[in-house]
Design a protein around this ligand. Structure first.
Ligand code: BGC
Length: 468
């Protein structure tokens, strides 16, 4: 009897180990991920391969990071989730540099969020109009060069304002710019957020629409920046213009919005994806897309964990073999819970209490296993993110023919900020995989609002420099 129980437990232990081993990535595997990311980056940058590339390497038309001489008043829009912010940002140069921000938040009604790009633009315009009234700024041609435009066929826009130029920027670029304002070696932006993919249909409506505006008007320098927020993970960095074959010109640099979340969408990560990753992808709203992002960013991690727990429960390793309703619920493992469960300071009893809070009735052994599962999944996420980042910093170093590169990465995102281990493991991975780069990480503060305004400010500075 005793032997039978011992045998069953040993077998259970073996099966658990075997399952979780799929999440273990060796240094060689991570180096391989880094190499593949690098190859995909090249495909995105080259004219001939760009259209079919999965890592899109979108030119942002941001040609410089701030140098501190930016000065003036700028409008910015920050679009994210169900809210939308309009900001007036006053940037002052000189000995005592200051950035003063005024903003107002507007809701985006669900019908509009799920509606057409046109409806969204109309809504944006009426919010800008309200904000200008609120700030006492008079239109239609606003002072301080507040003339901006959406170069789309938008009759109502034309009717309401004399809109001239708009820049559309990704949140990673805003993050990089905000950090670069404080730290000039910041030439990379990184985001690892934890919003759930239920928003992801939004990108299909918004992103191509904004992307079109931005890409089709590279020659325009903005006074107004619009920031788009996504739902997962992404990075941007300063690339040499000569390598950006999708944009004319060889001089200087340009910030590239990598859209690295789509890495692996061509199957190049299939050998490291597990059945749980496939399940999470299959049941997501954008199946087959953003595969790298789905192994990295917060809420997907919770989903991977949940799927492993369901499997373990079915096999009788957890929760007395009972699959409860909460366990069947998509999205219950938010980043905050993962972060709490993995906190070293938390005793098992507290882990149990958290699981209880989630409606999961656990024993002490269950809590240990849940904590292990969370740890394995988030560790892999941090390592994969680090491998991607290693590819980016080494590319910058090689671009410049340097033996060693000192670079700072501006970072935003709840997973990075809240999780007790993610940042440390990610940093360590970058260090191991890119030993010739000395990489620092700087947390971004309001990368969306401030970043968008700084992009505008830099654009205006470059234009002034070019004309003088
Ligand atoms: C989007 C990116 C965005 C990232 C972080 C991704 O889902 O595709 O554009 O930068 O989320 O918000």
């Amino acid at each position: 009897m005793v032997t039978a129980v011992a045998y069953r437990l040993a077998e259970q232990h073996r099966q658990i180990e075997e399952t979780l081993a799929h999440f273990h990535l060796t240094k060689d595997m991570l180096l391989e991920v880094k190499k593949r990311m690098r190859a995909e980056m090249e495909l995105g940058l080259r004219k001939q391969t760009h259209n079919n590339a999965v890592v899109k390497m979108l030119p942002s038309f941001v040609r410089s990071t701030p140098d501190g001489t930016e000065n003036g008043d700028f409008l910015a829009l920050d679009l994210g989730g169900t809210n939308f912010r309009v900001l007036l940002v006053k940037i002052r140069s000189g000995k005592k540099r200051t950035v003063e921000m005024h903003n107002k938040i507007y809701a985006i009604p669900v019908e509009i969020m799920q509606g057409t790009g046109e409806e969204l633009f109309d809504h944006i315009v009426s919010c800008i109009s309200d904000f200008l009234d609120y700030m006492g700024i008079k239109g239609p041609r606003m002072p301080l060069g507040f003339t901006f435009s959406f170069p789309c066929k938008q009759t109502s826009l034309d009717a309401e304002f004399d809109l001239d130029v708009v820049a559309v920027v990704n949140d990673t670029v805003g993050t990089m710019m905000t950090c670069a304002y404080e730290e000039p070696t910041c030439e990379v932006g990184l985001i690892v957020v934890d919003l759930f993919a239920q928003d992801s249909h939004r990108q299909d409506v918004w992103f191509p629409c904004f992307g079109f505006v931005c890409i089709s008007h590279p020659h325009h320098l903005p006074f107004l920046s619009v920031l788009t927020l996504g739902t997962g993970s992404n990075a941007c960095y300063m690339e040499e213009m000569k390598n950006v074959e999708t944009v004319d010109g060889d001089q200087g640099q340009m910030c590239i919005n990598m859209e690295w979340g789509a890495f692996g969408d061509n199957g190049c990560l299939d050998d490291i994806r597990t059945n749980y990753d496939r399940l999470v992808d299959e049941y997501s709203l954008n199946a087959g897309k953003q595969r790298y992002e789905k192994m990295i960013s917060g809420m997907y991690l919770g989903e991977i964990v949940r799927n492993i727990l369901i499997d373990f429960t079915k096999k009788g390793f957890l929760f007395r073999g009972q699959i409860s309703e909460p366990l069947k619920t998509r999205g219950i493992f938010e980043t905050k819970f993962l972060s709490q469960i993995e906190s070293d300071r938390l005793a098992l009893l507290q882990v149990r209490a958290i699981l209880q809070q989630l409606g999961l009735n656990s024993t002490c052994d269950d809590s240990i296993l849940v904590k292990t599962v969370c740890g394995v999944v988030s560790r892999r996420a941090a390592q994969l993110c680090g491998a991607g980042m290693a590819a980016v910093v080494d590319k910058i170093r090689e671009n410049r023919g340097l033996d060693r590169l000192n670079v700072t990465v501006g970072v935003d995102g709840t997973l990075y900020k809240l999780h007790p281990h993610f940042s440390r493991i990610m940093h360590q991975t970058v260090k191991e995989l890119s030993p010739k780069c000395n990489v620092s990480f700087l947390l971004s503060e309001d990368g969306s609002g401030k970043g968008a305004a700084l992009i505008t400010a830099v654009g205006v500075r470059l234009r002034t420099e070019a004309s003088s």
